[in-house]
Design a protein around this ligand. Structure first.
Ligand SMILES: *[C@@H]1O[C@H](CO)[C@@H](O)[C@H](O)[C@H]1NC(C)=O
Ligand SMILES: *[C@@H]1O[C@H](CO)[C@@H](O)[C@H](O)[C@H]1NC(C)=O
Ligand SMILES: *[C@@H]1O[C@H](CO)[C@@H](O)[C@H](O)[C@H]1NC(C)=O
Ligand SMILES: *[C@@H]1O[C@H](CO)[C@@H](O)[C@H](O)[C@H]1NC(C)=O
Ligand SMILES: *[C@@H]1O[C@H](CO)[C@@H](O)[C@H](O)[C@H]1NC(C)=O
Ligand SMILES: *[C@@H]1O[C@H](CO)[C@@H](O)[C@H](O)[C@H]1NC(C)=O
Length: 499
């Protein structure tokens, strides 16, 4: 696994950083020196606006992982442990406030690791740690150690960001994995693991996927909680704390192949799916080995807020055709409809037939309801954003978080009621006749351009569709025709309520 002479990944990083004393080094490629241990008194400085997107300060002895300053997005700064062959950040410090790449920043080790911004002070630190050395293990675990103590004073494995790696324990007391978009979380309960959406800064966290450990007994209060760990043999195992008895496995595609000796990670990706990947020596990219959610339409935000996902080719539409026909249909909501005086803020109502929610089993529901009762249950409650009713079963599901992507289902008894925040209407300003004429001309040009865009967009879509139809036998064009008519069709959902 040792990186060879002239490896480009190493060649780029050597000499980028000015690293001060207090490091233990080993010989690196091209005569450079790679730090493998940081001692008390260590300081490294990030130069404002550095060209490289990653500036390592510490390497694992196998040379596959490094810890250092990482540029995030176009201009933010974070600390990260990076898998060098793929440049993938396996761990990030993710402070509440990220640094600014265009300004100098300093990383010091004095008993604890501290990241400081020149102007803003401390951005991040390992709290309550007393350590003598910092090392990056071959597992990618960043560890702060006391010489005399076998257990680490602090380790990055206890503070995951969006990724778990081989042999990293994910426990009930671990912080959740948070996707880098910060919109999704992966949490462990006492006997299950679950994926959640994060709304209102994490105050509302509806679940959209859950897996209960097969051999646990939720009613048994004395049973110890489970913890999860990615196994080199190609599965994510759930074990009982204490004894370590295995109570369930999520097996990956490679499990049956007995593919060992590859590096594996499990990441909560930005689309809200939990996926496992592996990397083989000399590979060009990570290879997908597992995903928690199979279809795009089952992902909770695949078509954005107020979007409608049509299974088959996972095409996106908008719930309310008046706001457009393709995403983004609506801005994401950041607060509920509750006013300070206990009243509800103004909203408009969108009703749509043939809609359902992919994760309705995880929503609060009531049975034996009529469509009217289902609407009323949501309409008067300022924390409710929508209701989905199944006329076949009488089930009413309440969406007590901002409306995200719904799923099309060709069943007239599946009804949806959705609230849309009414924005304060802007004051009309009178325009001079000259401006009005210019606006009219400009509008005509824009309409013309839009029509041209729609035509070429349609041609492109049609080409793709034909191509796909050639590959997939079961593609039926029926539902799309239905969709065009469903907006105008009458439905039994009560009209005009609460408008
Ligand atoms: C880490 O990997 C390197 C190279 O494969 C090896 O020499 C070293 O012993 C390993 N360290 C540990 C602690 O396993
Ligand atoms: C993970 O948990 C197991 C069993 O409790 C323990 O032996 C191991 O040291 C833990 N690993 C880490 C990196 O903490
Ligand atoms: C509860 O769990 C404990 C520990 O796993 C086990 O010893 C005990 O038999 C269980 N009790 C019941 C009622 O299942
Ligand atoms: C899997 O591979 C390991 C070593 O690579 C080997 O020892 C083991 O026997 C294999 N197991 C099976 C079922 O093929
Ligand atoms: C369902 O509602 C009807 C009328 O409201 C009532 O007569 C019936 O007992 C209810 N059934 C159940 C199972 O609650
Ligand atoms: C409003 O809905 C929330 C979430 O479903 C629920 O907890 C709350 O009790 C409801 N409030 C009223 C007044 O019904």
């Amino acid at each position: 696994m040792r990186r060879g002479e002239g490896d480009p990944a190493i060649a780029v990083v050597v000499g980028v950083l000015c690293v001060a004393s207090a490091v233990v080094v080993v010989g690196g490629a091209k005569g450079g020196e790679l730090a493998t241990q940081l001692l008390n008194g260590f300081t490294a400085t990030h130069a404002a606006g550095a060209a490289a997107a990653f500036e390592p300060v510490l390497y694992a002895t196998d040379g596959v992982f490094a810890f250092g300053f990482l540029r995030v997005g176009s201009a933010s700064l974070d600390l990260a442990v990076v898998h060098l062959p793929s440049s993938f950040p396996l761990w990030r410090a993710t402070p509440a406030r990220l640094g600014d790449w265009s300004r100098p920043a300093t990383l010091t080790f004095d008993s604890s690791l501290v990241l400081t911004d020149q102007d803003d002070g401390v951005l991040w630190q390992t709290l309550n740690t007393i350590g003598d050395t910092v090392v990056l293990l071959n597992s990618s675990n960043l560890v702060v150690r006391r010489y005399a103590k076998p257990l680490p004073a602090w380790q990055s494995f206890d503070h995951p960001s969006d990724t778990l790696v081989l042999d990293q324990n994910f426990t009930v007391s671990s912080p959740p994995l948070i996707s880098s978009s910060r919109r999704f979380a992966f949490r462990l309960g006492k006997t299950y693991m679950a994926l959640h959406m994060e709304f209102y800064g994490g105050r509302t966290t509806p679940m959209y996927w859950q897996h209960t450990a097969l051999e646990t007994q939720p009613q048994n209060a004395t049973e110890p909680p489970v913890y999860g760990r990615l196994d080199a043999r190609g599965f994510f195992g759930l074990y009982l704390e204490g004894g370590g008895q295995k109570v369930d496995v999520l097996s990956f595609d490679t499990f049956v192949q007995n593919l060992t000796g590859v590096f594996r990670r499990m990441t909560l990706d930005d689309d809200g799916n939990l996926r496992a990947y592996y990397w083989t020596d000399g590979a060009k990219d990570w290879i997908l080995d597992y995903k928690a959610i199979a279809g795009r339409c089952e992902l909770p935000t695949s078509c954005g807020a107020y979007g409608l996902c049509v299974p088959g080719d996972a095409q996106c539409q908008c719930l309310d055709s008046s706001t457009g026909t393709s995403p983004p249909c609506h801005a994401e909501e950041t607060a509920d409809l509750c006013a300070a005086n206990g009243q509800q803020l103004d909203f408009e109502v969108v009703r749509r037939k043939r809609v359902t929610v992919a994760y309705k089993e995880d929503l609060p529901s009531e049975t034996n309801m009529t469509a009217e009762e289902c609407e009323v249950a949501c309409a008067g409650n300022c924390s409710c954003w929508g209701a989905v009713y199944n006329g076949g079963s009488g089930y009413c599901y309440l969406i007590d978080f901002p409306v995200e992507t719904l799923v099309y289902e060709a069943d007239d008894r599946k009804l949806g009621y959705f609230k849309v925040r009414k924005l304060p209407s802007p004051k009309r300003t009178r325009m001079s006749p000259g401006v009005t004429a210019a606006t009219a001309v400009l509008s005509l040009i824009l309409v013309g351009l839009a029509a041209a865009g729609v035509r070429s967009g349609y041609r492109l879509w049609e080409r793709r569709r034909r191509k796909r139809a050639g590959m997939e036998q079961e593609l039926v064009p029926g539902p799309y025709k239905d969709l065009k008519t469903m907006g105008s069709s009458n439905n039994s959902f009560k009209q005009g309520m609460n408008q």
